[in-house]
Design a protein around this ligand. Structure first.
Ligand SMILES: CC(C)(COP(=O)(O)OP(=O)(O)OC[C@H]1O[C@@H](n2cnc3c(N)ncnc32)[C@H](O)[C@@H]1OP(=O)(O)O)[C@@H](O)C(=O)NCCC(=O)NCCS
Length: 219
């Protein structure tokens, strides 16, 4: 399998590291990493962490035999770019670090990225183009809908449900059965004790609403 990474920022470089760690594992299927694609024209023709930056995102069309991972951390940007890539015919794959601890019943959908040292207990379901960062703990029966992003160290208790495009900050804690609305944002270190409305931004212990996304930022 050939792979292209979309995005050359921190998440793109972390995704490269995940794929390289997979290459060291005999149990992981072999993959040929073709390089990065980005619309930052100043990076075209350069290398990042030893990996070539081949051209703009539209170059997916020049590699119809490659599978694609969209490694853009911000969910709103990721939704937009995945829609453009899908219209160009892109086929998406996953980047799951070999250190993942999970049960055989875990579901991880196409396009998702699972960073090192993530733990999922039983019956965890992860949608498409989700990013789960380092040291995240997902307890039993958690559901992450498409395009969710979770920063390092977050802890989700049982039956937590995170709707499409929501973003969880570093080291936040979500109590059991909490539902996070579509496009909401949870601040770093927050302890979320109540459901969070769509497009709300909350922070603190216990978490309180700071403001809401508005205009074009509403999902
Ligand atoms: C919650 C968050 C989204 C708010 O961003 P913002 O809307 O730009 O808010 P501001 O920085 O203007 O701060 C507004 C107020 O909230 C407070 N605040 C911001 N983040 C906070 C947090 N995580 N916990 C508690 N209070 C916080 C600020 O101190 C400020 O308070 P003040 O009005 O009394 O001065 C952001 O601070 C945050 O925590 N993002 C997550 C970052 C993260 O984990 N990234 C991971 C990358 S891998």
């Amino acid at each position: 399998m050939k792979i292209l990474i979309i995005g050359t920022g921190g998440m793109g470089r972390e995704t490269l590291a995940i794929l390289r760690d997979r290459e060291k594992e005999d149990s992981c299927p072999r993959a040929e990493l073709l390089g990065f694609l980005t619309n930052h024209t100043d990076l075209h023709g350069t290398t990042i962490d030893g990996c070539a930056v081949l051209g703009p995102e539209s170059c997916v069309q020049e590699h119809p035999d490659a599978e694609v991972i969209c490694a853009i951390g911000n969910p709103r940007d990721r939704i937009r770019v995945v829609a453009q890539l899908t219209a160009l015919g892109a086929v998406f794959t996953q980047a799951v670090h070999p250190s993942l601890v999970c049960r055989p019943d875990a579901e991880i959908s196409a396009g998702s990225i699972i960073a090192p040292h993530v733990t999922m207990t039983t019956n965890v379901r992860i949608g498409k183009h989700v990013i789960v960062n380092n040291n995240v703990s997902l307890s039993h029966d958690c559901v992450l809908e498409d395009f969710v992003s979770i920063a390092p160290g977050a802890v989700l208790a049982g039956y937590v449900h995170v709707e499409c495009g929501a973003e969880l900050g570093a080291n936040c804690t979500l109590l059991p059965r909490i539902r996070i609305g579509r496009g909401a944002c949870i601040g770093a270190g927050a302890v979320v004790t109540k459901d969070v409305a769509p497009n709300a931004i909350v922070a603190g212990v216990p978490a309180r609403v700071l403001r809401e996304f508005d205009g074009l930022d509403r999902l």
